[in-house]
Design a protein around this ligand. Structure first.
Ligand SMILES: [Zn+2]
Length: 204
């Protein structure tokens, strides 16, 4: 086996298992994994009852997401499978991936959030559908604020007592997650949490 990030051969050494909580099914070498900074940052606001971001969005994370999303290297989903599994380990919670717009999905051929969850063997419910096409960054601030409905709930919410956990690859402004949480709450869901793989941290 070789490292998915640098292609160097992987040797089985016990010290790996202590690293980032990665078990023996690790798919990247310690040198590459070391570049990801685990932060486990928690925030909340009036719509999102809890947001847990696992790693800092640093240079390694940028490269990773570029390779994963735009080069469509689906095998890279394996790298964070152990960390996602340990964070999303409550079987009573309902996991809801943030979807891509259907047009983007066709272009990219796979949804990276679904791929992350599948690699980690986490069952999820695709309850949301994106209703606007464009990438947030291409819009002006006023255009962004004018877009009130970014997501539509596409299935019946059977138990609004359950805790719903949105999953996304990166937390930037939180707008996407808040819109998704709002859509669920309008359907009667009482508690919506979120987990993101990455989140930018302020430079020291
Ligand atoms: Zn490597």
């Amino acid at each position: 086996m070789t490292c998915l990030l640098c292609d160097k051969p992987l040797h089985d050494r016990p010290t790996w298992q202590h690293f980032l909580g990665i078990q023996k099914d690790t798919s990247a070498c310690p040198t590459c994994l070391e570049k990801f900074e685990r932060i486990d940052q928690f925030t909340e606001d009036n719509i999102l009852d809890s947001v847990h971001s696992i790693y800092a969005y640093n240079e390694a994370a940028r490269e990773y997401l570029h390779q994963f999303k735009f080069m469509q290297d689906v095998a890279l989903a394996q790298i964070f499978a152990p960390s996602l599994r340990s964070v999303l380990n409550d079987s009573k919670k309902i996991i809801v991936p943030i979807p891509m717009h259907p047009i983007n999905k066709r272009k990219r051929t796979f949804s990276q959030v679904d791929a992350l969850l599948e690699a980690a063997n986490i069952s999820y419910q695709s309850l949301l559908e994106k209703t606007t096409e464009s990438v947030m960054g291409e819009k002006s601030r006023s255009e962004r604020l004018a877009m009130t409905e970014l997501f539509r709930v596409t299935a019946d919410i059977r138990s609004n007592e359950a805790v719903y956990v949105l999953v996304d690859d990166i937390y930037t402004t939180g707008t996407t997650l808040r819109h998704a949480a709002e859509a669920l709450k309008q359907c009667g869901v009482q508690r919506v949490e979120a987990v993101t793989l990455f989140r930018p941290i302020r430079e020291k």
